[in-house]
Design a protein around this ligand. Structure first.
Ligand code: PLP
Length: 390
């Protein structure tokens, strides 16, 4: 196996799921988002952990992701959070995925496909209360729900919405989320008044699950928290107040594949952006941007202007931090060891991970340096990086 790998700490995944569970109200069910290969941790690993922790269902973004789960004997309901293409509808039906629906056309396509397959498919009605992405208008919910209820091969299993700002701590964001929630509750009420059972009502993702327990309703859709990260400050505060902490699930590890002596005045990597000011040792690591180590984290690239020196990307080797120097290449990067570092060829080099991995930073720290969020760091670890469950 290659030196660069993603270690998946299954115990941490279980720990995080239990932590989420400790925040759930007695009747609230858990749906674990396992889209994007389980936020990089492995969709099957994540779905099995969800099952072991009593989750009611899992959620994916694409039909292919759903099929992968079915082919690995995941038999619980699978929510399909994004819209699929016309030619995927039949596959979604065949594998009994439960789509979010929000318009007549899409509902009709699923009814037609389900009828042809002689199946009854569970669907969830998505209502847009202010995310501006998927969902029907609030005043269209009742009529669409009636339409689903009247479709012989569809069952309205649930009704949902999605918050735009539940991971932000500002008063303005809180007011917006409360308004979204109130509108959702009102839309659900209108469905009931029209004589339709809305099924399982759900709106909270990780952030609201922790910070607004009153919005958990029948089910929560949790992703990032299960993989060990807080959507924002408010989530961190809520978990800390309970005396608990989430633990990163993934560690990104590589090995020193070579150590070279570089002399003062010599350059390292493309564009010669880094020049040794003194004689020093350079370690070559077989990890690059094609593995998910963003090129914008290189020292000497434009992004560096926005970083002070301490925020530059460092890699932990034997419990010490060493800076990445020169441009990160597609498949390799270089770190400066200095002299007498005590580092040897094949020593482990940790990019990020939980404390016990030997990493000295998590994906949130890397995200900050790259000007993004932990979600993107985790889901960017590419397919060619083998996942090793530890
Ligand atoms: C991905 C996703 C979630 C999970 O969000 P987290 O912030 O990772 O908990 C919930 N709901 C929908 C609709 C999603 O797309």
């Amino acid at each position: 196996m290659r030196s660069t790998r993603a270690l998946i700490y299954k115990n941490n995944l279980m720990h995080n799921l239990k932590t989420v569970g400790s925040f759930l109200r007695p009747k609230t069910k858990l749906c674990l988002a396992v889209k994007a290969n389980g936020y990089g941790a492995g969709a099957i690993t994540a779905a099995n952990a969800a099952h072991a922790c009593g989750a009611a269902c899992v959620a994916v973004a694409t039909v292919d992701e759903g099929i992968e789960l079915r082919e690995n004997r995941i038999s619980c309901p699978i929510l399909l959070l994004s819209l699929c293409s016309e030619d995927e509808v039949q596959l979604a039906v065949q594998h009994e995925l439960s789509p979010l629906v929000c318009d007549n056309d899409y509902i009709a396509q699923f009814e037609k496909s389900a009828a042809r397959a002689e199946k009854k498919i569970a669907v969830h009605l998505a209502i847009d209360t202010g995310m501006g992405r998927l969902g029907c208008a609030q005043d269209a919910a009742a009529a669409l729900a009636q339409k689903i209820a009247a479709a012989p091969h569809l069952a309205l299993a649930g009704t949902c919405t999605h918050f735009a700002s539940s991971d932000e701590a500002t008063a303005d964001a809180r007011v917006y989320t409360e308004r979204q929630f109130a509108d959702f509750v009102r839309a659900v009420q209108s469905m009931k008044e029209a004589g339709v059972n809305p099924g399982v009502c759900h709106c909270a993702a990780s952030a609201a699950t922790f910070t607004q327990p009153d919005m958990q309703l029948d089910m929560v859709r949790v992703g990032i928290a299960a993989y060990g990260y807080y959507g924002g400050e408010a989530t961190l505060a809520a978990v800390a107040a309970s005396g608990q902490a989430l633990k990163p699930v993934m560690a990104l590890q590589t090995q020193v594949s070579m150590i070279r002596r570089i002399h003062a005045g010599q350059y390292v990597s493309y564009g010669r952006t880094w020049k040794a000011s003194h004689d020093t040792d350079i370690a070559v690591l077989p990890i690059g941007y094609a593995d998910g180590l963003f090129r914008c984290l290189s020292s000497g690239c434009a992004h560096e202007d926005a970083q002070d020196k301490n925020e530059r990307l460092h890699v932990a080797i034997n419990g010490k931090q060493f800076p990445v120097v020169g441009r990160i290449c597609m498949d390799q990067c270089m770190v400066e060891l200095g002299s007498n570092s005590g580092v040897h060829r094949w020593d482990k080099a940790m990019i990020f991970g939980p404390y016990e991995s030997g990493a000295l930073q998590d994906a949130a720290a890397i995200a900050k340096m790259a000007g993004t969020i932990p979600y993107e760091i985790l889901t960017s670890v590419s397919e060619r990086v083998p996942r090793v469950v530890v």
